[in-house]
Design a protein. Structure first.
Length: 261
């Protein structure tokens, strides 16, 4: 009977602990992440006698033991082990000067590369903590440097989405050049590598702040972009977009234009 009663108490205690843990999680409780100094992280380069194989990206530390053939001693990416080499993920510079965590001056495309790699490690390797330094302080809180790079990545993602949307709306033209005939631009249902149900007509696209006016293919019928259900339109597609310029000497609805040199 006593053994039975003890089992009941242990079961009740376990249930209460589980309930408390669930409550803490629902309230946003997160166990304190392990904090590592740069010196501690350097001990995790996967060499014999070392405690493991870690790398850091934007201050987030991952256990990459399962990728030892890549990150362990002698591996192609062994320079990433035991350190935060965020910049190299974008630049591809694996020299000592490139294997650093400084990210100032990186382009939007390079910041997107860092974002992509962070997603890769988050999905494929176990996160083990944070690196105290440039991106996290001694309490594990994000630093101003981290907030700045995260804001820059968000802006790069926004620009990428806008660029992808614009390419769907205004796919690049096909083009060819010859000394005898000059430059020919034309549109098809797959020009610019964008498959679609319409071919479009060539126009120059003016982007404020950008140099040059690339040739793009423009829908010449139906409602304007972003207004698929509109019944009040001129059945001219996107031809009236103010950013577009017509090629001189070409018929407004011609699917190709030739510019003589």
């Amino acid at each position: 009977a006593l053994r039975c009663r003890g089992s009941m108490w242990r079961a009740a205690a376990a249930a209460l602990l589980a309930l408390a843990a669930a409550c803490l999680l629902r309230c946003g409780f997160e166990p304190r992440a392990r904090l590592l100094s740069a010196a501690e992280l350097r001990r995790y380069r996967g060499a014999p006698g070392e405690p493991g194989l870690y790398l850091a990206l934007l201050g987030r530390v991952f256990d990459v033991e399962r990728g030892r053939k890549h990150y362990g001693p002698g591996g192609a990416y062994s320079g990433f082990a035991g350190t935060d080499a965020t910049r190299a993920f974008a630049s591809g510079d694996f020299s000592p000067a490139g294997l650093v965590d400084a990210v100032s001056g990186l382009s939007p495309a390079e910041l997107l590369s860092i974002h992509s790699w962070l997603s890769f490690y988050s999905h494929n390797y176990e996160p083990v903590g944070k690196l105290v330094g440039r991106f996290y302080d001694e309490n594990g809180a994000p630093t101003e440097a981290l907030r700045e790079v995260e804001a820059a990545i968000e802006e790069a993602l926004k620009l990428q989405a806008e660029s992808e949307q614009q390419q769907q709306q205004f796919p690049p033209c096909n083009s060819e050049w010859s000394s005898a005939k000059g430059t020919r631009f034309w549109c098809s249902r797959e020009s610019g590598g964008v498959p679609r149900a319409w071919a479009g007509v060539p126009r120059r696209l003016h982007r404020p702040g950008s140099q040059g006016t690339p040739c793009v293919c423009v829908r010449s019928s139906g409602p304007p972009w972003g207004q698929p259900g509109s019944s009040q339109h001129r059945d001219r597609g996107d031809l009236d977009d103010p950013r577009l310029r017509q090629f001189e000497g070409c018929h407004p609805l011609a699917e190709q234009c030739v510019l003589l040199t």
